[in-house]
Design a protein around this ligand. Structure first.
Ligand SMILES: [Zn+2]
Length: 205
């Protein structure tokens, strides 16, 4: 069933609060980055933060609703705003991983790590790995790195080719990080832990 305006605005309020939090961390500079929440699974519909707005100052209505290809979808009672082109990758992530929420931020750690390790960032024997659902000991994790593209279909194909179901994040080289979880809170925690893990790896290389 298609989502109602109430469901979409509820998601919008959560996205705005979450975006303000990430903006305060300096992870959504300018108008960069975007967050999304799945508001319907069949057909797939995502509420995603609107393009071109300061992510520290969003209101509940500052969102777009998109379908599986990131194309805008009309919902009665919702003023249609322009989705970011990156909404297409949010939808691919949600479709492939089953995630309920996706975070995309331009963290410095992701871009630096992607430059150092274009084949993927290896992590092991760190307590914080538990924060992304992995073991603190003897569990090697490879965070995939994919080349950047302005073509979301191409970027989506690269993501699918690199996707490891055991790793809830991907680095887009020279660009930023995508991370996801069952809901926004989980996606936030994964994002925070991945940022810490990448910063640690860079600091100790
Ligand atoms: Zn971006």
């Amino acid at each position: 069933m298609s989502p109602t305006a109430g469901e979409v605005l509820g998601a919008g309020a959560r996205l705005a609060a979450e975006a303000a939090r990430f903006a305060a961390l300096g992870w959504m500079r300018g108008t960069s980055g975007n967050l999304s929440e799945v508001v319907s699974r069949d057909p797939l519909r995502l509420a995603v933060t609107a393009s071109g707005l300061d992510k520290g100052e969003l209101s509940a209505a500052d969102l777009a609703v998109v379908g599986p290809a990131g194309d805008p979808v009309e919902v009665e009672g919702i003023a249609p705003l322009r989705p970011s082109a990156e909404a297409g990758l949010h939808a691919r992530v949600a479709a492939l991983t089953g995630a309920g929420a996706v975070v995309h931020v331009h963290t410095l750690s992701a871009v630096v790590a992607g430059a150092h390790w274009p084949g993927g960032v290896r992590l092991r024997d760190l307590e914080t790995l538990k924060g992304i659902g992995r073991g603190a000991h003897d569990d090697e994790v490879l965070v995939p790195v994919i080349p950047n593209s302005q073509d979301m279909a191409e970027l989506g194909d690269r993501f699918e080719a690199a996707y490891d179901p055991g790793v809830p994040a991907v680095i887009v080289a020279s660009h930023g990080l995508y991370a996801w979880g069952d809901d926004l809170l989980r996606a936030r925690h994964v994002t925070e832990c991945v940022d810490w893990l990448l910063a640690y790896r860079i600091a100790t290389r």
